[in-house]
Ligand binder design. Sequence first.
Ligand SMILES: Cc1ncc(COP(=O)(O)O)c(C=O)c1O
Length: 359
Amino acid sequence: MISFCRQLTSLNLITINRASILHNLTYFQKKYPNKHIWPVLKSNAYGHGLVQMVSILKSQDFDYYVVDSYYEALQIWRHHRHPVLLIGPNHPDNFSYFKFKNLALTIDNLRSLKALVGLNKSIKIHLKINTGMNRQGIDPKNLNLALKIIKSNPKLQLEGLCSHLADADNSDQSFTKKQEIIFKDCLKKVQRFGFKPLFVHLSATAGVFLTTGNVIRLGLGLYGYLPGLTPALRLTSTITGSHLLQKGDTVSYNRTFTAQKEGSLAIIPLGYFEGLDRRLSNRGFVKYKNKFYKIAGLVCMNLTCLDFAKTKPKLFAPVEIISPNPVDKNSLAAHSLLADTIIYELLVHLSPILRRQVI
Ligand SMILES: Cc1ncc(COP(=O)(O)O)c(C=O)c1O
């Protein structure tokens, strides 16, 4: 069934530019030669497609793919038998089903630690410390207890110590510094206990500049969403309908767009289900033959109308919905401002069932 579908022409298509991804990865590897750069592929690789990203990264040298869940690890292993670090929470009841050969777990609570002890298996652990984000992580007050549990179970290998920064993208770095100090104290304690974790990490893209730690868990930067980098993702759709509007005609649900003069409307088969944010209704732009056109009316579930004004839409011609060029009006940077959100959210909401192609 799937292979049959592959032969069909897709009306919507996400292309991922391999060279851009590799350029971004190399940029960080060269700039931070003393750090391990680990690609973060959670949430369907930030909308880029987990399988597609694995096909691009397979040839590269890194210690871990970083994902949220065991489910994502299973998907990766179908295409690449390579170590995976889980950074999301897991129900301890599920540990007995896990295959630990190519796996490391981020552990952020004593209950999970005790459940791992009960398995009596060789397991790599990255102990996560809550240094102030108050989302995940063991309270530094409980660190001694956690270390005692690990120490008394030689099959548990404390391979990593990690944390996550809450405010690293703020020009005021005072909170980041506080987190760093707490983390360094915890690291000293871990070392006093006789552990020498191979990997020490608290930086994601926003905290790459920190000198503490020897790993960067690289998400957004890998995909190219920082000045000087190259976004890899383009989303295109196809004009599947058009109408000639007269002055006063209205468009889409609740009639929020009214034509001010006679002009053309183009229809594309892509809506908020596919990942076009509904907050872009009457605000967002798309590109057609190198010109930008505005979304007209409310974005629907699977359809969106475009105000083509004097331009005549050509049936089945391509329209670029997301441009990889960061200065374009239809870049994700522009869309995120218009939709009052962040690039992350727009990326991860791109429907997993959209066809993705690596070019
Ligand atoms: C724990 C953790 N590490 C790393 C990342 C990657 O962050 P970024 O995309 O900002 O590089 C995330 C992203 O959500 C995260 O939650």
